[in-house]
Design a binder for this molecule. Structure first.
Ligand SMILES: NC(=O)c1ccc[n+]([C@@H]2O[C@H](COP(=O)([O-])OP(=O)(O)OC[C@H]3O[C@@H](n4cnc5c(N)ncnc54)[C@H](OP(=O)(O)O)[C@@H]3O)[C@@H](O)[C@H]2O)c1
Length: 249
């Protein structure tokens, strides 16, 4: 069984490739990326596949049984169309099954800036369910590493601030997500089902408390408004380069 991974050059893509190679062997794993020659990923077959080109993706998916479709990053482009291109190409290339890495939610996002981002993922879930392909939807929890890194970065200021307040976030590590995604891809028992891939839900105060214990720090947590949070995020050069839409999602 050959399994391909799209957006394979990203953090989640690389982690999925690693676990796939361990599970089914390098000869059965294909990395699909828009710049496939940039990384030397695990010595596996690499194919060009930009989410903007159905033709390129259809070629990249030839002889593929199962596809792991990783959600496109937020940016100045239409992610619904990009995901539809992947689904259309999978159909044209006779792919049998698609595992889609979506995003979690608790149903209370409507009043938040996160809503439009999440709705893209929900639309793709519907598109995939209606595609006629076999599918699995894996709603991913929040990457634990990213927030931990932010908390550690706040060590010198002694203060970690964001908008979450008393809300609980469902965290999970990228490696755990990748492992679960691979199991969902290579086993058919979970087909046509939707999963929330999250660990324990934590408030920010609790997360900071745990980080303080592990990294021997004394960081304090404080809630700030949406506007203040965006201003804070835009101080990071990589977020500023991607624009305010990314800071708001
Ligand atoms: N659960 C969470 O906490 C969380 C956090 C952040 C993001 N996400 C979502 O999860 C996805 C995967 O996360 P990640 O950490 O792997 O993100 P990442 O490291 O930023 O990787 C994004 C990937 O998308 C690829 N990409 C961008 N535009 C593309 C296009 N037009 N055609 C094909 N590929 C394209 C990039 O390719 P290049 O290398 O060529 O740029 C890269 O491989 C993200 O895209 C986002 O939708 C989830």
């Amino acid at each position: 069984m050959k399994v391909a991974v799209t957006a394979a050059s990203g953090g989640l893509g690389k982690a999925v490739l690693k676990h796939l190679v361990e599970e089914i062997g390098a000869g059965n794993v294909i990395a699909v990326a828009r710049s496939p020659d940039r990384d030397d990923a695990y010595g596996i077959d690499k194919r060009r596949g930009d989410y903007l080109s159905v033709t390129e993706l259809t070629e990249a998916f030839s002889d593929i049984d199962t596809l792991v479709m990783i959600s496109a990053p937020v940016g100045d482009w239409d992610r619904i169309v990009m995901h539809r291109n992947v689904i259309e190409a999978a159909k044209q290339a006779d792919v049998r099954k698609v595992v889609y890495t979506s995003i979690v939610g608790n149903g209370k996002e409507q009043e938040t800036w996160y809503w439009p981002t999440q709705q893209v993922n929900r639309q793709t879930e519907t598109d995939l369910e209606e595609s006629g392909l076999d599918w699995v939807i894996a709603r991913n929890g929040l990457y634990l590493e990213k927030d931990l890194a932010n908390i550690v970065r706040a060590k010198s200021a002694g203060l970690y601030r964001n908008i979450a307040g008393d809300g609980k976030c469902g965290y999970i590590t990228v490696d755990e997500l990748a492992y679960a995604t691979v199991k969902l891809a290579i086993n058919d028992g979970a087909n046509r089902q939707l999963f929330n891939l999250i660990g324990e839900t934590l408030t920010q105060a609790r997360l900071v408390e745990l980080a303080n214990q592990v990294f021997d720090m004394e960081v304090r947590y404080e809630t700030i408004s949406d506007k203040e949070n965006v201003a804070e995020l835009m101080k990071h050069p990589n977020i500023a380069a991607r624009g305010e839409a990314v800071a708001k999602c």
